[in-house]
Design a protein around this ligand. Sequence first.
Ligand code: DAH
Length: 334
Amino acid sequence: MSFLDLIEPLKQAAASDLRAAPDLAALEQTKGNYLGPQGKFTALMKQLGTLPKEEKPAAGKLVNQAKVELEAVLVERRAELELKAALPKEPTDFTLPGRRRTLGKLHPLTQVTEDIVRAFRKIGFAVADGPEIEDEYHCFDALNTPANHPARDSQDTFYLDTPNKALLRTHTSSVQIRLMEKQKPPIRIIAPGRVYRRDNADATHNPTFQQIEGLYVDKHVTIGDLKGTVEFVFQELLGEEVQVRFRPHYFSYTEPSFEIDFSSSMVRKMGKEWLEIAGCGMVHPKVFETVGYDPEIWTGWAFGFGIERIAMLRYEINDIRLFYENDVRFLKQF
Ligand code: DAH
């Protein structure tokens, strides 16, 4: 076999070995086997010197070409393997919770809110948001609450000193309207947020507190869906033994309307059988008409409940003001 005939098969063998290297260490090893000082390809190059003078130029050219090709294969394979080495060994699980912070803590109300949001997310609810400075239209009129309603009295609501009668929202129900104004049904959202009322502070009232609003609009939505949803979420939050009951009530933006009571060992510890926890109902047809949904086609339910209430039950706290004093000795415990 002539010298020229040796080049191509060796190049092929080297290229295929390089491409087959399973990791960077193996690649370096293979490179050494062919191109290192004792390598097979290096040996071939050394033989060039022993060739007759007239064969040298053609042979030299071929060997060099082969070497350039092998170096290209090497660079390519190295890049592939470096990328592979940089990827995580296990596939990334994007559903895992985030890392816990190493410094400081989340406020207990934030922790409870996050748990509530997590429970609703499991059953397909998205999170919506709205402004804390509202107007009378979104807070009251669009929710079918007439001008002579006591909630609209400045005794109950904080009005801002502005010509358009801006106010601090008294409930998160205003987010329902804002959302339906800009989105077509179906809708499945919750809206946590801060609300304000002119309550004098005592153990169970504070001029600002947090609510979570829920709104579900689709075809053929029933009170059964509402009850199942509420039951699921409360059991996620406060344990399997929690029971829920609906009591008829009145809200201007729902018909029929209910108050939701719930019962658990914690409630019994407080010396009660049932504790009122939320308001809810089927969205009033007038509310749908106001936002331009056809009430003959769309049905829906809504609810609203106080987050502090749930936090107080969960942590067995009997004074709502503790959440707002930000005493580090209190906050440290969560
Ligand atoms: N907005 C009511 C409150 O602040 C709670 C509420 C009741 C919200 C009924 C609703 C509802 O969405 O349907 O007390």
